[in-house]
Design a protein around this ligand. Structure first.
Ligand code: UD1
Length: 417
């Protein structure tokens, strides 16, 4: 198992290129199931999650190649309709096979995802949506069995704007007979990206990016070729790194318009931003100002940036709060940040962070993708050596993070034990 050794404190300088968005790529790969040909995606990040999704597609019988950031998937002749437990337990997004499989093949068997490191993550809304479209859903020995002769359009009102449920329902509804509406749909850029690609393939979708998506079912989706949007969370993580280390860096090939809530908060901390259409230069302050952060659904502050923001605030001049309204238990990074000397008190889903003048390097354990990047950010400003164990979480969601940080001047190395 690999670890990172980070020696701090450090200043960063230079520029960094953001990779393609993990959370956009994963549904775009399974959406190929809806087509009868070979789909191609460019700007695909080399990540464990990308590889896991490719493995799943291969297990279903698809032919897949992945070279130089381009994935080609031919899912026209699938031989299996099952996503097994061994894959789903390593990547919950395997559930994205469910909607397309039942829509195109009339059946799907996908292992029920369990909880994750920070608590329960139900899929009830995915199942309710598919069932409203006419799929018969059965839970059998830990597996979701979905079958349908033909899906029929329906009006689905989501009680919360779940990204996953919106994506799964959207992928199923494009091949359903008639019109579907998703009310209170998720508005995340990754949902818009999926709708854009499906439309390129001939789907009748309107309203993506708003809370009401309407879908006019079509009989087939044509194969598509698409360049994946940049990862807004990776861009936000580098912006946080610049702010907390008091550095100036330019973040290239990013979409600042997807990150406005994060930019607003980092500005409140004293960060200065020069923003272009596809890049931004971030300058960190000499002293970080405290602020209060609440996560929410897009366009609010993303829960996937909550841990990194807490790392920034650990060194602020005063007291801040961070409230997670999307995942109230998502605080596994808190005890690890405390090991570096951070002063964080937890009360339910609210963390009170009293900035300290100095963090000290210590051995730490990574627990999930974003929590791990928060630990690395904190290690950049901590005095001395920090060893971050279990960095396979980082490899799930950040492409070449240590190489990108090294190029910016950080003292970070990967150790294989
Ligand atoms: C996606 C992202 C993840 C991000 C999250 C929130 C991917 C692969 N993952 O996860 O990185 O942290 O959005 O932005 O894109 N909920 C239910 N029932 C359901 C589904 C969700 O109650 O069936 C609740 C969840 O408990 C949570 C909220 O809805 O409180 C939002 O979750 P959701 O948007 O579905 O997250 P994911 O799609 O799993």
């Amino acid at each position: 198992m690999d670890s990172f050794i980070v020696r701090g404190p450090c200043r960063l300088e230079g520029s960094v290129e953001v990779s393609g968005a993990k959370n956009a790529v994963l549904p775009l790969i399974t959406a190929s199931i809806l087509t009868g040909g070979c789909c191609t995606l460019d700007n695909v990040p080399e990540l464990r999650d990308t590889r896991t999704m490719i493995k799943l597609m291969e297990m279903l019988g698809a032919t897949v190649s992945f070279e130089n950031g381009t994935v080609s998937v031919d899912a026209s002749h699938l031989t299996s309709h099952e996503a097994p437990y061994d894959l789903v337990r390593t990547m919950r997004a395997s559930i994205y096979a469910l909607g397309p499989l039942v829509a195109r093949y009339g059946r799907a068997r996908v292992s029920m995802p369990g909880g994750c490191a920070w608590g329960p993550r139900p899929v009830n809304l995915h199942l309710q949506g598919l069932s409203a479209l006419g799929a018969a859903i059965k839970i059998d020995h830990g597996y979701i069995d979905a079958t349908a002769e033909k899906l029929r359009g329906a009006e689905i009102v989501l009680p919360v704007p779940s990204v996953g449920a919106t994506v799964n329902i959207l992928m199923a509804a494009v091949l359903a007979e008639g019109r579907s509406v998703i009310e209170n749909a998720a508005r995340e850029p990754e949902v818009v990206e999926l709708a854009t690609v499906l439309k390129e393939g001939g789907a009748g979708i309107e309203g993506e990016g708003t809370t009401r998506i309407s879908i006019e079912g079509v009989s087939e989706i044509s194969p598509y070729r698409h360049r994946v949007i940049p990862d807004r969370i990776e861009a936000g993580t580098f912006a946080a790194a610049a702010v907390m280390t008091g550095s100036e860096i330019t973040i290239r090939t990013c979409r600042p318009d997807h990150l406005m809530a994060v930019i607003d908060k980092l500005r409140q901390c004293g960060g200065e931003f020069e923003i272009g259409d596809d890049h931004m230069t971030v300058r960190g302050p000499a002293r970080i100002a405290p602020t209060d952060v609440e996560t929410g659904f897009y366009p609010s502050f993303p829960t996937d940036m909550q841990a990194q923001m807490m790392a920034v605030l650990a060194g602020a001049d005063g007291s801040s709060t961070v409230t997670d309204r999307v995942y109230p238990d998502r605080f596994t990074h808190v005890p690890e940040l405390r090991r570096l000397g951070a002063d964080i008190k937890l009360d339910g889903n609210i963390a009170v962070i009293t900035g300290v003048g100095r963090l000290e390097g210590a051995p730490l354990m990574a627990t999930d993708i974003r929590a791990s990047s928060a630990l690395i950010l904190a290690a950049l400003v901590a005095e001395g050596e920090t060893k971050v164990l279990r960095i396979y979480h980082i490899d799930r969601g950040y492409e070449n993070l240590e190489k990108k940080l090294q190029a910016l001047g950080a003292d970070i190395e990967r150790i294989t034990e």
